[in-house]
Design a protein around this ligand. Structure first.
Ligand SMILES: C[S@@+](CC[C@H](N)C(=O)[O-])C[C@H]1O[C@@H](n2cnc3c(N)ncnc32)[C@H](O)[C@@H]1O
Length: 250
């Protein structure tokens, strides 16, 4: 996966500062839209050509959710952020939650998700009755409904938001969680302790401590954090972080 491979120190040298100095925020988003518009609407496409990590990823996420011991009464509604074609929705969230909404900026992926999530494919079941709304909009512009979701899952997308938009997004999410609701993010993190830029897909990879700091700054407490095991060597480390708002609104 292009954005998943770790960069060397020389590759990231000053690039982030250069980008932020020369690229407008709008350009940052438009470049990402263009990148994703050229990616096939397949599981392999969602995983940057590493389709074979789907099983290990879903297994790690399923174990993480299971260990959070979510009560049955809190398995009504989930939201999948940056959902792509619904790989996470279909394989992780739909087997557990009665309804799943998706938010995805790319119109082709959003449309494909409707079919992908509801259709049986080989041994993978589709869940026609569990598909909720598909919101075709960027997370930076998305305001979810109040108190709707027991779990919000966000995977491999937050690097597409600027720091300021990410902080605002974290704040808006607090309102959409039910009491006891959980926000789970699963993202690549750098080992260098610096934010690194991927110009190809117009995204950044942040250090773990930046995500921890942003969550704290926007009023969350981290309830569980686990590193995804068994990924191929040479990729960025991937962390799952579950958190809850300290207060619903600031
Ligand atoms: C690496 S794929 C991951 C898809 C899915 N989360 C998964 O794990 O299979 C990244 C996804 O984020 C979407 N994306 C990129 N920028 C976004 C934004 N600003 N808001 C919402 N989605 C975005 C892309 O279109 C793409 O579907």
């Amino acid at each position: 996966m292009e954005e998943t491979r770790e960069k060397t120190d020389t590759q990231q040298n000053g690039k982030l500062q250069d980008l932020m100095a020369t690229t407008s925020e709008k350009e940052f988003y438009v470049k990402a839209q263009k990148y994703w518009s050229e990616v096939p609407a397949t599981v392999n496409g969602m995983l940057g050509g590493l389709g074979y990590i789907n099983a290990v990823d879903v297994e790690g996420s399923t174990k993480f959710l299971r260990e959070l011991r979510i009560k049955d009464m809190h398995k009504k509604y989930a939201l999948d952020c940056g959902a792509g074609i619904g790989r996470v929705t279909k394989n992780l969230l739909m087997p557990l939650f009665e309804k799943v909404d998706l938010v995805e900026q790319d119109p082709t992926f959003a449309e494909r998700a409707r079919e992908y999530c509801t259709t049986d494919m080989g041994s993978t079941l589709g869940y026609p009755k569990r598909l909720g709304e598909i919101y075709n909009v960027g997370l930076q512009e998305f305001t979810p409904s109040s108190k709707k979701y027991d779990v919000v899952w966000s995977q491999w997308v937050l690097g597409h938001l600027t720091d300021e938009d990410l902080l605002q997004f974290f704040k808006r999410l607090k309102n959409c969680l039910t009491d006891d609701g959980l926000f789970v993010m699963k993202e690549n993190v750098t080992s260098s302790n610096k934010t690194e830029l991927d110009e190809a897909d117009s995204s950044v990879t942040r250090p773990l401590k930046t995500y921890e700091k942003f969550l704290k700054q926007t009023g969350y407490r981290i309830v569980k954090m686990t590193k995804q095991p068994n990924l191929p060597k040479g990729l960025y480390p991937v962390y799952m972080i579950a958190s809850q708002p300290l207060t619903q609104n600031e």
